[in-house]
Design a protein around this ligand. Structure first.
Ligand SMILES: [Zn+2]
Length: 115
């Protein structure tokens, strides 16, 4: 990858907001995709509909803690943490301390919001 391109396009565009840690863990066998209970992925957009941040959550069947990887939409900090999943689910950026919410996880639907 060209470093110049990386620098000039740093904030805008999904290509530059790639999450890698969870993919790496899958490759290394630290996460077994067939053992994933639920997962979600959300992009954060600005007013111009540009993607400025992203967050991914993976919860494995036998793990108490969910794995959270994110790129902060405020400061572009790329972080990874393990945290207990509870609703509503908030992730706090370790760099700027901005919190952002993560919507309902896919794969596990509960009927709580049924009206
Ligand atoms: Zn941040």
């Amino acid at each position: 990858m060209s470093k110049e391109l990386y620098d000039s396009e740093k904030v805008k565009g999904k290509e530059n907001l790639k999450l890698s840690k969870i993919d790496e863990m899958v490759k290394k066998g630290e996460i077994d995709p067939s053992n994933v209970k639920f997962t979600t992925w959300q992009d954060k957009k600005n007013d111009d509909d540009e993607i400025i941040g992203t967050v991914r959550v993976v919860q494995e069947e036998d793990e108490e803690l969910a794995k959270v990887e994110y790129i902060c939409h405020r400061c572009q900090h790329h972080g990874f943490k393990k945290t207990e999943y509870k609703r509503p689910f908030w992730v706090r950026c370790e760099n700027c301390e901005k919190s952002f919410s993560v919507p309902r996880l896919k794969g596990k639907v509960d009927k709580k919001n049924k009206t």
